[in-house]
Design a protein around this ligand. Structure first.
Ligand code: AMP
Length: 461
C-alpha cells in the first residue's frame, strides 16, 4: 500500500489523520465526481490499451466528439420521457445564445450527429466502425458504481442495411475486450424489443395487463406506466416485479422480420460460442433502441450460508458493466434514410472496480531501479545531464534531487527497492567519476563516468 491508497480508519497513522483534518478545511471534489489517483491509473491505462487493441483488431476507428452539445440533440434522440432527459442532464448557464447547451450524457447521439454533419454517408466506405473513450455526465443519485461524471468506452457500427451480422460483431468485440482484461464471470443478457410498431402493440398489452393493479403502483410508477411503460419491466421494486408475474412477453409481440433478425443474431452468437441468456425484462433506458438490446453483467459470486448469530451478508445485485443495442430509428432524426446502427458502451469505473476486486492487474513495479544520490551543490548542478544520459539508455532512474542529506537519499533508495545506487559528490564531479553501490551488499567502487552506462547495464543483467 502506498501514499495514494485510502486505508481503513483503524490503521490510519497520525499523519493521515492530520491530512484528513486538512482535507476538511479545503475544497472537496463535487458530489458524484471523483479523482482517479495514481494507484488506480495503471488500471485505467491497461484498460484503455486493451480497448484500443481490440477496437483496432476489429477495424474500428476512433472518433472524438465535444463534451458540450445542444440539449435538443439528446431530447430528440434519447427521448423526452427517458430518465436522462427528464432528470439527468447538466445544462450550462450561458451569457447569451439561443441554444440550450448540456454536458453530454451519452455518445451515440453525438456520433450520429457527427456522422450526418460531416457527410460520412457519402464520403466513407460502409459499414463505418467507430470507437470512443471519454467522459459523460448524468445528474443521478451517486451510489456504488454510479457517478455523475463517469467514463465510457464504446463501439458503433453504422451501415446501409439492418443486418444481424453487425449486432453479433458489436457483442463479439465488447466481449473480447472484457476477455482481454481477463475478467471472469461475464454474462451477456440479451433481448429484442422489436420495431417501433411491435413496441406499440406490446405497450398496449402491458397497459391492459396492469389495468386491475394500477392502484398498487406508486405515483411515480403510474406515471411511468403512462409515459415509458417498458421501464416498469426492469424496475428494481419488488412490488412491481411481483405484479409483473404472468405479464405478456415482448418476444411474443415481435413482427416476422423482427423475430427473424433476433433469431439470426442469436445463431451468430452461438456460432461464436459467446455465452448469453435471454432476458425478457431487459429494455434499456434510451428511446432510440429497436430490435436487439443487450447488457454485460458479472455473475454474482455464490452467497455463503449465514453463520448463526452473525448478520447475514448483504447481497449486492450485479451491476451492468455495459450495454447497447440497435438504434436504426435515430437516423431519421437526421433525415438519413437507409442507414442503420448498432453499438455498445461500457462503464469504465465498473470495469476497473471489477478488475481490482478480481485482482486481475498487478500494480506497476519499477524494474531494476537505480537510485541517483548527489552530494553538494556542484554535483546537483551537474546531475541532470547525467541522469538524462542514463534514461536515454533505458535505465530506470529514481532520484530525490530536492533532498540534500545523504542519509535521507539512501533511505529513499531503500524504500524504492533500488538494486544499485549511484553516488555523485564534489570530488566525483571534478574527477569525472561516480560511485556505484550495490544496495544489497553495501559494496561500492568508484568508476569513470565514461564507463558508467556499460558497467550499470552489466550489473543489472
Ligand atoms: P448506458 O449509456 O445507460 O447504456 O450505460 C452503459 C454503461 O455505462 C452502463 O452499463 C454502466 O456500466 C455505465 N454507466 C451508465 N451510467 C453510469 C453512471 N452514472 N456512473 C457510472 N457508470 C455508468
Amino acid at each position: 500500500m502506498n501514499n495514494f491508497q485510502k486505508k481503513p480508519a483503524e490503521v490510519e497513522t497520525e499523519q493521515e489523520q492530520e491530512q484528513k483534518k486538512d482535507k476538511k478545511s479545503v475544497y472537496q471534489s463535487v458530489r458524484g465526481m471523483h479523482d482517479i489517483l495514481p494507484d488506480e491509473t495503471p488500471y485505467w491505462r491497461k484498460t484503455r490499451h486493451a480497448f484500443e487493441e481490440v477496437s483496432d483488431f476489429y477495424g474500428f476507428s476512433e472518433i472524438v466528439t465535444p463534451i458540450v452539445e445542444q440539449a435538443d440533440l439528446f431530447i430528440k434522440a434519447v427521448g423526452q420521457t427517458s430518465d436522462i432527459v427528464e432528470k439527468e442532464m447538466y445544462y450550462l448557464k450561458q451569457k447569451s445564445g439561443s441554444h440550450s447547451l448540456v454536458l453530454r450524457p451519452e455518445n451515440t447521439a453525438s456520433i450520429v450527429r457527427a456522422y450526418a454533419e460531416h457527410g460520412m454517408r457519402r464520403s466513407v466506405q460502409h459499414p463505418v466502425r467507430l470507437s470512443y473513450f471519454g467522459q459523460f455526465f448524468r445528474h443521478e443519485r451517486p451510489q456504488r458504481g454510479r457517478y455523475r461524471q463517469f467514463w465510457q468506452a464504446g463501439l458503433e457500427i453504422i451501415s446501409n442495411e439492418t443486418d444481424p451480422i453487425y449486432d453479433a460483431q458489436i457483442i463479439l468485440a465488447t466481449y473480447r475486450f472484457l476477455e482481454k482484461l481477463k475478467l471472469s464471470g461475464m454474462l451477456i443478457r440479451i433481448n429484442s424489443i422489436g420495431s417501433l410498431e411491435c413496441r406499440k402493440q406490446y405497450i398496449k398489452k402491458l397497459k391492459a395487463f396492469f389495468k386491475n393493479d394500477i392502484k398498487k403502483l406508486t405515483t411515480d410508477q403510474k406515471k411511468k406506466l403512462e409515459t415509458n411503460p417498458l421501464r416498469l419491466l426492469d424496475s428494481k421494486d419488488e412490488n412491481v416485479q411481483a405484479l409483473l408475474k404472468g405479464a405478456p412477453v415482448i418476444l411474443d409481440c415481435l413482427s416476422v422480420p423482427a423475430k427473424k433478425h433476433f433469431t439470426k443474431t442469436l445463431e451468430l452468437l452461438d456460432e461464436l460460442q459467446i455465452p448469453y441468456i435471454l432476458d425478457h425484462s431487459l429494455v434499456r433506458g434510451l428511446d432510440y433502441y429497436t430490435d436487439t438490446v443487450f447488457e454485460v453483467v458479472l455473475e454474482q459470486p455464490a452467497v455463503a450460508e449465514p453463520v448463526p448469530g452473525e448478520e447475514p451478508k448483504e447481497v449486492i445485485p450485479p451491476l451492468s458493466l455495459g450495454g447497447g443495442g440497435r438504434y436504426d430509428p435515430l437516423f431519421k432524426q437526421f433525415n438519413l434514410r437507409d442507414t442503420a446502427g448498432v453499438g455498445a458502451a461500457l462503464g469504465l469505473e465498473r470495469v476497473i472496480q471489477a478488475l481490482i476486486e478480481q485482482q486481475k492487474i498487478k500494480p506497476r513495479v519499477l524494474k531494476n531501479p537505480v537510485f541517483f544520490v548527489h552530494i553538494g551543490d556542484l554535483a546537483k548542478k551537474k546531475s541532470l545531464p547525467i541522469i538524462e544520459s542514463l534514461r536515454n539508455e533505458k535505465i530506470t532512474i529514481v532520484e530525490t534531487l530536492g533532498k540534500g542529506s545523504l542519509s535521507s537519499q539512501l533511505a529513499a533508495a531503500n524504500k524504492c527497492n533500488a538494486v544499485l545506487a549511484l553516488i555523485y559528490g564534489q570530488k566525483e564531479a571534478f574527477e569525472e567519476s561516480i560511485i556505484i553501490r550495490d544496495m544489497q551488499t553495501g559494496a561500492q567502487e568508484t568508476i569513470p563516468l565514461s564507463k558508467m552506462v556499460k558497467i550499470i547495464k552489466k550489473r543489472l543483467e
